[in-house]
Design a protein around this ligand. Structure first.
Ligand code: AMP
Length: 289
């Protein structure tokens, strides 16, 4: 059995479960209070606080897990990062009051008080740029500190920037970019029994992530425009061209291809300009090139 540490609640919890489900590993009987659930195959989910997951992984209490890159960095624990899961995106940023003369991190005077719930990463950042600051560790709501006179600078997670704006704060530097990551205990990854299962899990999750950015497109196109059609929908290894059996009299063929989801509108316009008809676009569940 492999233990998979997943966030019990918070921003990452729901999307982590959904991703595993799409990869064919659905948590059975996940009730609010259950701390464990079988995921199918050889995997057992254990539900933990997102910030505790790096430590459980480093200890070997869990073999693989999902949590934010920011929390891994702050934990200082030895874990192996396998995959960027591309949700829970945010950045750990340095911010000052809107009316502050500080424009860049380098303008921050020595001995400034910095409020943050990321004291380790914050200290390392200011050490790295050679500014000695006084880090005040808070467990949340760092945004309020500058207005209470507790600190002049904060280091906090920013996603849309709305929270900074509401609190009249201005971002002056980004310390790190974060998103949810698939992580492994180094020993488990090198274990001859566990390693292959971890790599299979990695490949399954990666195929789901890759598929999300793609669509499968099918269209009937005039055979004489095939060269141009190929240029519009090159796909992974060139489009699949299929003969149409009835009707068409050989003037038409069906072209199938994997296309970028964010360019689908433009792609359809270009295919129509080439005379394409019967255009069909579908989602892809998994993509393993
Ligand atoms: P926003 O207003 O969208 O910039 O979000 C900022 C607020 O949400 C701050 O209080 C952050 O601590 C929190 N936040 C944003 N993104 C994340 C994340 N990925 N994980 C945890 N907290 C986050």
């Amino acid at each position: 059995m492999l233990r998979v540490a997943l966030p019990a609640k918070g921003r990452l919890a729901e999307q982590a479960l959904l991703l595993f489900e799409r990869a064919g590993l659905k948590a059975e009987s996940r009730t609010e209070r259950a701390l464990m659930a079988p995921l199918g195959r050889d995997f057992q989910a254990i539900f933990l606080r997102a910030q505790d997951i790096p430590e459980f992984l480093a200890d070997g209490a869990a073999d693989v897990g999902v949590t934010g890159a920011d929390l891994v960095a702050e934990s200082g624990q030895e874990v192996i990062e396998l995959l960027d899961l591309e949700f829970g995106r945010c950045r750990l940023a340095v911010a000052v009051r809107e009316d502050s003369p500080v424009q860049r991190a380098a303008d921050i005077p020595p001995e400034t008080r910095v409020a943050t719930s990321f004291p380790r990463v914050t200290s390392a950042f200011f050490h790295g740029i050679g500014i000695p600051v006084r880090v005040a560790s808070v467990s949340g709501s760092a945004e309020i500190a500058p207005h209470l006179g507790v600190a002049d600078v904060i280091v906090d997670l920013v996603s849309t920037g709305a929270t900074l704006k509401v609190n009249r704060l201005r971002e002056v530097a980004v310390i790190l970019e974060s998103s949810a990551r698939l992580l492994a205990n180094p020993g488990s990854l090198h274990d001859p029994r566990k390693g292959p299962a971890i790599r299979e899990l990695n490949a399954a999750l990666e195929s789901v992530i890759r598929a999300k950015a793609k669509r499968y497109l099918m269209a009937n196109v005039p055979r004489r425009r095939l060269a141009e059609v190929k240029a519009v929908i090159p796909g992974l290894t060139g489009p699949t061209i299929v003969e149409i059996q009835n009707g068409g009299g050989g003037d038409w063929v069906a072209a199938h291809s994997v296309v970028d989801a964010d360019r689908i509108y433009e792609t359809i316009v270009r295919l129509k300009a080439l005379g394409a008809e019967g255009i069909l676009v579908t989602a892809i569940e998994r993509l393993m090139p």
